[in-house]
Design a protein around this ligand. Structure first.
Ligand code: SAM
Ligand code: SF4
Length: 364
């Protein structure tokens, strides 16, 4: 554990459902390499309506026990302390966040949190299935941005890749998002050899057609089946080469801490992004932390270390909800997690060990 100053004034945040203002932190969540952490990704469940090959096994997944999944009260409690320490964006993910029965409540309560410089942002990454029925309530609850994943626009490929014949449901989710007020709308696609590498420009054209921005993600070694192969992965260079055969691409400056590098297509206004975690890591600007559905904090997707926040929330020595000691315990754990962050991930190092959890359990 790092030595942590007492977090003054956070107590008022815990359990508050609306306009309480978190006290500014004297230091915020700054790691030993000077990176200021502003973004917390919260996995709401490890369960999913799809079984993407690069993420989950077809069968035999060991699901988290339902009792080990954080409750909405616990999530809000952590988010309030995180906001008091400088977190400004909460991204809800999974697994599939829309499978969480109380998703609207989660969004409403997290969106009601205020940091010291205003309201926080609540974004969601989803496969889009079931979105049309829930989107109005989610927007009303305060959802500010959506990323929807779609790796192919070919029905058979989609069924093979996700092991579910549900491309039409994803199209409907994207159409609902496109018709909503949420902007920018981003579509995520993992580029895969022999699966969709011949339709990368078509995916971009599809996204442009619905007013969304496509972001290609290099496939990462986070599949539960441990089948990732560096030699066959589709790289950033290859993605740009394929897109460059159809359009002229001009780099967009001012990336900041964003994971995606962006290019303007044929002079604009459309843009395309590439998240090149493997061949062009962006660890130097990383401002993200993750909370797994069972209450473990992680400072990197690829780390093998987890910080046991659930022990603070539910352990034998857990303090009463709303108490100063409990708030300080949560803040301590967030700071320890940030303090332990390495300068970069090691997936390009021969000694790299893939995390035991798959992407669905870490929270993408
Ligand atoms: N179910 C939601 C979805 O698919 O958008 C949210 C969770 S999913 C784990 C979040 C993102 O992680 C998705 O865009 C997905 O494509 C991406 N992802 C999952 N496994 C990946 C891997 N091995 N490499 C790269 N991206 C991956
Ligand atoms: Fe489910 Fe998302 Fe993983 Fe696909 S990438 S299996 S949609 S969690």
């Amino acid at each position: 554990m790092t030595a942590v100053p007492v977090v003054i004034g956070v107590r008022a945040q815990v359990g508050a459902a609306s306009d309480a203002v978190a006290a500014p932190s004297p230091r915020g969540l700054v790691d030993t390499h000077g990176r200021v952490h502003r973004d917390l990704r919260i996995s709401l469940t490890d369960r999913c309506s799809l079984r993407c090959t690069y993420c989950m096994p077809e069968q035999g997944n060991e699901w988290l026990a339902r009792t080990s999944i954080l409750s909405t009260d616990e999530i809000v409690e952590v988010a309030e302390v995180a906001a008091s320490l400088g977190i400004r964006t909460f991204r809800l993910t999974g697994g599939e966040p829309l499978l969480r029965a109380d998703i609207v409540d989660v969004v409403r309560r997290v969106a009601a949190i205020r940091g010291d410089d205003g309201p926080v942002e609540v974004a969601m990454t989803t496969n889009g299935i079931g979105l049309p029925a829930r989107l109005p309530a989610l927007v009303d609850a305060g959802l500010t941005r959506l990323n929807i994943s779609i790796d192919t626009i070919d029905r058979q490929r989609f069924a093979d890749l996700t092991r579910r014949d549900r491309l039409d449901d994803v199209f409907e989710g994207i159409a609902a998002a496109a018709a909503s007020e949420l902007r920018p709308l981003k579509l995520n696609a993992v580029a895969m050899r022999g699966v969709n590498d011949d339709e990368l420009p078509d995916l971009v054209a599809f996204a442009m057609g619905v007013g969304a921005q496509l972001r290609f993600i290099e496939q990462m070694p986070l599949d539960a089946g441990h089948t990732w192969d560096r030699d066959s992965m589709v790289t950033r260079e290859e993605i740009l080469e394929k897109l460059g055969a159809r359009w002229s691409l001009e780099p967009v400056p001012g990336r900041g801490g964003a994971p995606a590098e962006k290019w303007r297509i044929d002079g604009g206004p459309h843009e395309v992004g590439v998240i090149a975690s493997v061949t062009a890591p962006f660890c130097g600007a990383c401002d993200r932390l993750r909370l797994t559905a069972d209450g473990q904090l992680r400072n990197c997707l690829f780390s093998n270390t987890e910080y046991d926040l659930v022990g603070v929330l539910r352990g034998d020595a857990a303090s009463a909800p709303g108490s100063d000691a409990r708030v300080e315990g949560i803040a301590d754990m967030l700071r320890s997690c940030v303090h332990g962050k390495l300068p970069g991930h090691a997936i390009n190092d021969p000694s790299f060990l893939q995390p035991a959890r798959g992407m669905n359990a870490i929270g993408g």
